[in-house]
Design a protein around this ligand. Structure first.
Ligand code: 5GP
Ligand code: MN
Length: 330
């Protein structure tokens, strides 16, 4: 990650004169969203006790309960509350902020900390570095390292580990590893965090993963793998949407495959689509084309229509990119 110091904001400058701060992240919060938001929340609580700081996120997946202060996360907004500052984390656009967006709208000032290429810098102050592995990595760079406590380090480490696929995806830079090392020096149990929040699956999660793998199909000359989980399967397994996390990554591991596409039917004729790429296809472009967003190798979008239509429409875009790439190679 290139640290652009002239672009980098100084957290203390943004906080100057503020009395109340709200933190929020994207809908269906993942490890990086929860880690970055809770890490910054606990840091503010510890270093700025004079501030009234609140954190707003949709239901935090149970596995992340290992991180301290998850019980302080608010999932509803108070009726008439206005904050001096709203900090939006890991959220590429205002629509993805979900239930806390009225607090963003009414805040005196807004700050966005994010690493999505699709982020259109929608806040008053924006700290967006698409090359960064994770929002948690960006939060780290805003803090005074000597003041980072063990519990803040645990939250940020979880975020970085999740968005790098445990330090494996190409977004993992030497700087990412240096930051992880700094966090380890705070005395955290990194392997336990990774095990409990990333790899460990409930029986239900494994069952639904098994179903998705069993019913997956190879298309585009075996260069794309697709799987769909329907509402009725979710009901059958008593699964929550967060139980589906990790399925698309597992699909992506299939040998020979360039792109993995996973559809989750949230309502009749409505699908939450997750896309993952091994590098040849920029899936953020495809997601953005259909109104979603994300990163080059991991992106998502919600689409209407039959599963057949959704798969066909996305496949067309994948094929265009694969053909273009094949043309360039000649
Ligand atoms: P996932 O497939 O895990 O839900 O998301 C992969 C990446 O794409 C994440 O960085 C996530 O923030 C982004 N993403 C997923 N769905 C959407 C969407 O509907 N809109 C936008 N803008 N980004 C999305
Ligand atoms: Mn992220």
């Amino acid at each position: 990650m290139e640290l652009m110091n002239d672009m980098k904001i100084v957290l203390e400058d943004v906080l100057r004169g503020k009395r109340s701060v709200a933190l929020g992240g994207h809908i269906r919060p993942d490890g990086d969203c929860v880690g970055s938001a809770l890490g910054l929340y606990m840091y503010l609580k510890e270093q700025h006790p004079e501030l009234e700081t609140d954190i707003y996120l949709e239901e935090v997946p149970e596995a992340y309960g290992l991180i301290e202060c998850t019980d302080e996360v608010k999932s509803r907004i108070p009726g008439d509350k206005k904050y001096d500052l709203f900090i939006c984390l890991d959220c590429g656009d205002l629509g993805r902020l979900g239930f806390s967006s009225p607090l963003f709208e009414s805040a005196e000032e807004t700050l966005c900390i994010d690493h999505h290429v699709s982020n259109a810098a929608f806040a008053d102050v924006n700290y967006i570095v698409p090359d960064a592995s994770s929002t948690s990595e960006l939060v780290f760079t805003l803090l005074d390292v000597s003041r980072i406590s063990k519990r803040v380090a645990e939250a940020l480490y979880m975020g970085i580990a999740h968005d790098t696929g445990v330090f494996q995806y190409s977004c993992t830079s030497p700087r990412t590893m240096e930051i992880a090392a700094e966090l380890m020096r705070k005395g955290i149990d990194g392997s336990n965090i990774i095990d409990k929040t990333y790899y460990e699956k409930t029986y239900i999660q494994n069952q639904i993963l098994g179903r998705a793998l069993l019913e997956s199909m190879l298309i585009l000359d075996k260069r794309c793998i697709v799987s769909v989980i329907r509402k009725r399967s979710m009901e059958f397994f008593h699964a929550k949407p967060s139980d589906l996390e990790g399925i698309v990554s597992q699909l992506r591991l299939t040998k020979g495959v360039e792109v993995a596409m996973f559809l989750h039917e949230t309502e009749t004729h409505k699908f939450k689509v997750s896309l993952r790429s091994k590098g040849k296809v920029d899936v953020s472009r495809i997601a953005q084309y259909f109104g979603g967003g994300g990163h080059a190798r991991a992106a998502g979008v919600t689409m209407q229509g039959s599963s057949h239509d959704v798969i066909n429409n996305i496949t067309e875009q994948i094929e265009l990119q694969l053909n273009r790439e094949a043309g360039e190679e000649k």
